[in-house]
Structures are given as C-alpha cells and as structure tokens.
Design a protein around this ligand. Structure first.
Ligand code: APR
Length: 313
C-alpha cells in the first residue's frame, strides 16, 4: 500500500476557506489546495500559510490556484465558495447567488475527485448541501454540511462562560437546520456529564439557547462587513479530521436522512458518526413533544429552501 498524505481541497479562499486551510495545515491533516476565482488571492494566501510552516512546525504542501487541475484526486473537498451575509440579511437571502456558485463548484470538483468526501460550508447550509448532493451524484455518505459542530460550539462557549468552567467540560447539542429555527437541546447538553438542566435555571438556559440560534447574526452585526470564520473554519476541519483519522466521532452534521427522525430525502442537522466511510451512521434520539415540534418547524424551513434548489438546479 502506498503511504501518502491526504489531499484536502478548499474551494473559496475567503475568510472561512483560508481559516480552514490554516487549521488543516496546522493539524498536519494533509496537503492543502486552495481554489478561488479571484486571481492571486489563493496563491497569496497559500504561500503565506506555507511560510508559517517553519514557524509552527507543520509539514504540508499548500497550493493556491484559480484552476481545478491541482485538485485532482482530493480525499476531502471543503466548499466555502459564495457570498457571506451582511447585517440585516438572513442566511436564506444568499440562496440566489450561492446556489449557482455551489452548483458550478461541485460540478468542477467531482470531475477530478470522484471519490472525495464533500463538506459544504456555504450558506444557506442545508440547501447548499442538498444542492451539492444532487449535482455531484455522490452517495449520501460522501456529502455532508457543516453546521451543528459550529452551532453546538457556540452553545458550549456560552455555557462555559456562564458557569466559569472549561469548554472541554461542555458537550452541547444542537439539532435541525442551520437557520433561525435551529433547535438547541438542553436535555442532551452536559457539563462533565451533568445535564445543564441540573446546573442552570430555565431562564438562563433559554437565554443561552436563544443566543446560540442567533449566534451567527450576533457576529455579523459586530463585523458589519461579513460573517464568522474562525469557528466555522475550525468546525469544517474537525469534520475532515474525523473522516481522515477514521475517528468514528459522533458530531452534529447536516446529513441525508432516509426516514430517520421522520424525514426522507432532505439534508438536516442530526448527530452522525463520521469515519473513514464518511457518514457511517445517523444516530436517532428520542425527542419529547416540545423538541419534536421545534425540529418539525426547522425541517419545514429546510424543505422550503430545498424546493428552491429543486426548481433551480
Ligand atoms: N469558485 C471559487 N470561489 C468562489 C466562487 C467560485 N465560483 N465564487 C465566489 N468564490 C469565492 C470568493 O471569491 C471569495 O474569496 O468565495 C470566497 C468567499 O469568501 P468570503 O467572501 O470571505 O466569505 P466567507 O466569510 O469565507 O464565507 C463563505 O461560508 O459561512 C459561509 O455564509 C458564508 O456562504 C458564505 C461562505
């Protein structure tokens, strides 16, 4: 067996793409190819990042390019191409522009990397993941979207701050679409194994859930010119790492459902096991009536956007 480095292509060398490249290289997950349509941008960021290698001691070939030739044979493709939202915009407002971009990008990458795992980051996330699935013709285990890792990381951050404990103690859980209707689940959120419902009063938990659901908008309103990228970049790379290291790690991800949670044929955020075969299993948990209702509302929002994909792709 030939022993070699994994190849990770990141399409879109903007804030999220460049940050994902940074995490992937620093973790030595493999060689990185950064692709963008803007001439010089991926080349410049790629060269700059490569020059951090001797400082931070990582070995990774990092290539920036405007063509897909260099992406050939990628193991993982992370798609961050598209526009980001500005204050006052919802993720859903991006669909017109990003659907076209994600469709074109998917078509280009899968030609040269027919065996890759696709991790979608472009928003609106659930619809863009569905679009990449349709456009790629890949089996559902090889197409997934990054949302839940980010949303639950946001929730974990707020809980750790509230309780003044290590973020490493917190295991937070968010289900559903990556939009305003996402469903943070306090019942399945723990601190050192203790459910947060035992540690915090209901009104504090409600406030944390609310802040989690609007966590992206909070950052957009602070940045004013774009959206979050450190945590989104890290979250996408966490998913890539789970696959490349065959970790069998259960992460909340946007994955194809075929009957689980009563949903068939859509991509929605649920706990999934990621390993060398990509999405290896969807984990079903029993929801109470209130959680079920919130999840159903979120799924309806995902279905609405997926219909736009069906009509336009
Ligand atoms: N092919 C390759 N790259 C493209 C294409 C394309 N067809 N169209 C746009 N891009 C590139 C842009 O040139 C830009 O460099 O995608 C990059 C996007 O970067 P930013 O504008 O910095 O946006 P970013 O913050 O990285 O967000 C990217 O991820 O989180 C989501 O909602 C966010 O949809 C947005 C995406």
């Amino acid at each position: 067996m030939a022993i070699g480095r994994a190849k990770i292509t990141i399409v879109g060398a903007g804030f999220v793409g460049a940050t994902a490249a940074h995490w992937a290289a620093a973790k030595e997950l493999g060689d990185v190819v950064l692709v963008d349509i803007i001439e010089g941008l991926p080349q410049g960021k790629g060269l700059d990042l490569a020059q951090a290698g001797p400082v931070e001691d990582f070995d990774a070939n990092i290539v920036g390019t405007n063509s897909y030739a260099e992406t050939e044979g990628s193991d993982i493709v992370i798609i961050t191409a598209g526009i980001a939202r500005k204050p006052g915009m919802s993720r859903d407002d991006l669909i017109g522009i990003n659907l076209k971009i994600v469709g074109e990008v998917t078509e280009s990458v899968v030609k040269l990397s027919p065996d890759a795992y696709l991790i979608i980051v472009s928003n609106p996330l659930d619809a863009m993941t569905y679009a990449a699935y349709k456009k790629s013709g890949f089996p559902p285990n090889r197409v997934m979207g990054m949302a839940g890792v980010l949303d639950s990381a946001r929730m974990a951050t707020f809980i750790a701050r509230e309780l003044n404990v290590s973020v490493e103690n917190v295991s937070a859980f968010v289900l559903g679409g990556h939009g305003d209707t996402m469903v943070p689940l306090p019942r399945f959120t723990t601190v050192a194994g203790i459910p947060i419902t035992e540690l915090l009063p209901k009104e504090r938990i409600d406030a944390i859930c609310q802040r989690t659901a609007s966590g992206g908008a909070e950052i957009v309103s602070l940045l004013k010119t774009g959206s979050a990228y450190y945590a989104p970049g890290a979250a996408a790379v966490r998913m890539a790492e789970a696959i490349l290291k065959d970790k069998k790690m259960i992460l909340p991800c946007c994955v194809h459902l075929s009957g689980q949670y009563g949903v068939d044929g859509y991509f929605v955020g649920v706990p999934a096991k990621l390993g060398a075969s990509g999405v290896e299993e969807v984990i079903e948990i029993r929801l109470d009536d209130e959680e079920k209702a919130a999840f159903a509302k979120s799924v309806d929002a995902v279905k609405e956007l997926s219909a736009i994909v069906d009509q336009n792709l």
